[in-house]
Design a protein around this ligand. Structure first.
Ligand code: PEP
Ligand code: MN
Length: 344
């Protein structure tokens, strides 16, 4: 950490700050400038107590952390892209994957038709959501137990991997046998207890960015998973809450580029929850691929107009091949780009 002292600090002030730094088991190095004095503090910020408490001292102007709050997710720790495998399907490190499926499982027929249509287009991982955390308690919350039974039946018929959102720790166990990847939703992106419990389950995790999480908070949430022995983490940008209702959420493409530079973890873009409108999904999908995402997670329903949740944004599973065909040249171009070294 770097501690900047106020202008005209006395030698006594410098000594007081240095003594406090030493008492917190960092080594203080005093750097005297012409106008201001700075104390550089040497020590591992991740294993030592934070020096931010020194902000309260009258002689201190500011305290800057130097180390990042995340280590295991960072490129310094693991320079090459990591590859996450979901039931044999690779994501990351040049493996681009399009995940698709309905917002929620609504009935046996609805889910079966969706999976049939999507697997016919080559989709290898489907959204399988028996639990739906909703903003309003009056909205459709998913079929729950009945949804689990539908997943069980569909798994027998189709050779496809499934990703399922875990809204709370008590849903880990019922989903454990049925799903191949756990999703942590945007509303739970900073539920650290849930992240720790999910990590223990030992499955790959799709970690959505919170509605108002900074990139640092998003990556630090991923650190919770990895530090708890769950290295199979895929990040997902799904748009932030913004002032502008033109889109449901503000797709933060810059954050995808930043996260790719800071972290080795694969990143998906969710164009559906960002757009909130079917007609915008193709454009946001192209943008996500172009900015460097390792794939997409797209909502698709056999009869979107009559969907129980997120009806305006779901693509039609029967027309999904046309969506994929339009996207194909962009994916091809992004793959070629990936083979070129990133500019520093
Ligand atoms: C979802 O993917 O089903 C979902 C609810 O998304 P988010 O958590 O990003 O809102
Ligand atoms: Mn949805």
């Amino acid at each position: 950490m770097i501690i900047v002292l106020k202008r005209n600090s006395s030698d006594t002030d410098v000594a007081t700050v240095s003594d406090m730094v030493a008492s917190l088991r960092y080594q203080p190095r005093v750097i005297r400038g012409t106008e201001q004095t700075v104390v550089a503090c040497i020590g591992d910020e991740l294993s030592h107590q934070s020096l931010e408490v020194l902000r309260n001292l009258p002689a201190v102007e500011s305290v800057f952390p130097v180390q990042k709050k995340f280590k295991l997710v960072s490129r310094e720790y693991h320079p090459n892209d990591s590859v996450v495998e979901v039931r044999g399907v690779k994501i990351g490190g040049g493996h681009m994957e399009i995940i698709a499926g309905p917002c929620a499982i609504e009935s046996y027929d609805q889910f079966r038709t969706a999976v049939r249509d999507l697997t016919a287009c080559g989709i290898r991982i489907v959204r399988a959501m028996p639990f739906k955390p909703r903003t309003s308690p009056y909205d459709f919350q998913g079929l729950k137990q009945d949804g689990l039974q539908i997943m069980r039946d569909i798994r027998k018929e189709f050779d496809v991997a499934m990703v399922s959102e875990v809204p709370g720790p008590d849903k880990i166990e019922p989903l454990l046998e049925l799903t191949d990847m756990f999703q942590v939703g945007a509303r739970n992106a900073q539920n650290y207890d849930l992240l720790e419990q999910i990590a223990k389950a030992g499955k790959p995790v799709l970690l959505k960015r919170g509605l108002a999480s900074t990139v640092e908070e998003w990556l630090t949430a991923a650190e919770y998973l990895i530090v708890n022995n769950c290295p199979q983490v895929v990040l997902c940008e799904r748009g932030l809450r913004s002032f502008d209702p033109s889109t449901r959420n503000l797709l933060d493409l810059g954050a995808v580029a930043v996260a790719r530079q800071l972290s080795h973890l694969p990143i998906l873009v969710d164009p559906s929850h960002a757009a909130g409108a079917r007609r915008l999904v193709p454009a946001l999908s192209r943008a996500g691929i172009a900015v460097g995402a390792d794939g997409l997670i797209v909502e698709a329903h056999p009869d979107p107009i009559n969907a129980f949740s997120d009806a305006p944004q779901q693509l039609e599973t029967g027309k999904f091949q046309a969506f994929l065909d339009d996207l194909a040249p962009w994916i091809e171009l992004a793959r070629k780009e990936r083979r070129r070294p990133e500019p520093a």
